[in-house]
Design a protein around this ligand. Structure first.
Ligand code: 13P
Length: 287
């Protein structure tokens, strides 16, 4: 099966009040786990690669071929999109050339007019390969040197201008944070989310999907979130499972030093958590 872009799957999700998981992959095991989870739950899935993960995994071509070959080898029949996460202008162009079915151009640190102009250019380029584009308005927050930032809350007027470029979906800063949410964090900004959703009429993306309480996830989906990015929670699940394997002494038994045995508990934990996310986000049986 070939890769699909994210337009149809996200529009269907928006219309029917659920969200598609965007799973960041980090290695071969992660990719297998995510694909097997989607197949087991009969859900569409977006496989995301950040620029850091691309560097680690051997670049765009390696990842593109890995994902395509695993889809064939594992007999995956549900719709799978391969998406560049937080791409620069140049990496977006390279990803489209390589065969990625979707890219996120992250111009959120640029001056807004430049963000708009470059997003427009990437949209035009993506059209030539039937690929889709995600853009970003406002900024996803994070914690830096102990200073807790709320991220730049997105401006609905700017969101509308980006939506009008022909993007498939829009990531908006609504108080969401990449990584672990600090204990002082309270809530997503639902008021701004609702305004942006009404103004743009397109599927919206929730970055920093790890660690957000379930009720807030459900409310966000109702208000227009159709794609939820998850990475940190899966990293934590993998680390916990591998740690348990080592610290419990299982690694000392038989040939458990074999990397295929050592990494297996982590891979299983990733698969089970992706399956849970599919159920939580409502995309089960929506393939
Ligand atoms: P988390 O690592 O917080 O789950 O965020 C993932 C993400 O938004 C990738 O773009």
């Amino acid at each position: 099966m070939k890769l699909v872009n994210i337009k149809a799957m996200l529009e269907k999700a928006r219309k029917n009040n659920y969200a598609i998981p965007h799973i960041n992959i980090n290695n071969l095991e992660w990719t297998k786990a995510a694909l097997l989870a989607a197949q087991a739950k009969n859900s569409p899935l977006i496989i995301g690669t950040s620029e850091g993960a691309l560097k680690y995994m051997g670049g765009l071509k390696t990842v593109y071929n890995l994902v395509l070959n695993l889809i064939e080898f594992l007999k995956i029949t549900v719709p799978i999109a391969l998406h560049l996460d937080h791409g620069s202008y140049e990496t977006c162009k390279d990803a489209l050339k390589t065969g990625y079915s979707s890219v996120m151009y992250d111009g959120s640190k640029e001056d807004f007019l430049l963000n708009l102009e470059k997003t427009r250019e990437i949209v035009a380029l993506a059209k030539t390969t039937n690929a889709t584009v995600e853009a970003e308005v406002g900024q996803i927050g994070g914690e830096e040197d102990g200073v807790i930032g709320n991220g730049e809350i997105a401006d609905p007027e700017k969101a509308k201008k980006l939506a009008d470029t022909g993007i498939a979906c829009l990531a908006a800063g609504i108080g969401n944070i990449h990584g672990i949410y600090p204990p002082s964090w309270q809530s997503l900004n639902f008021e701004v989310l609702e305004q942006i959703s009404k103004k743009t009429g397109i599927p919206l993306v929730l970055h920093g999907g790890s660690g957000i309480p379930k009720e807030q996830i459900q409310k966000a989906i109702k208000l227009g979130i159709s794609k939820i990015n998850v990475n940190t929670e899966l990293q934590q699940a993998n680390a916990a499972a591998v740690s348990e394997f080592v610290l419990s002494g299982k690694i000392k038994q038989g040939k458990n030093f074999d990397p295929r045995k050592l990494l297996a508990p982590g891979t299983k934990a990733i698969q089970l958590l992706v399956e849970d996310k599919i159920v939580e986000f409502g995309s089960e049986n929506r393939a």
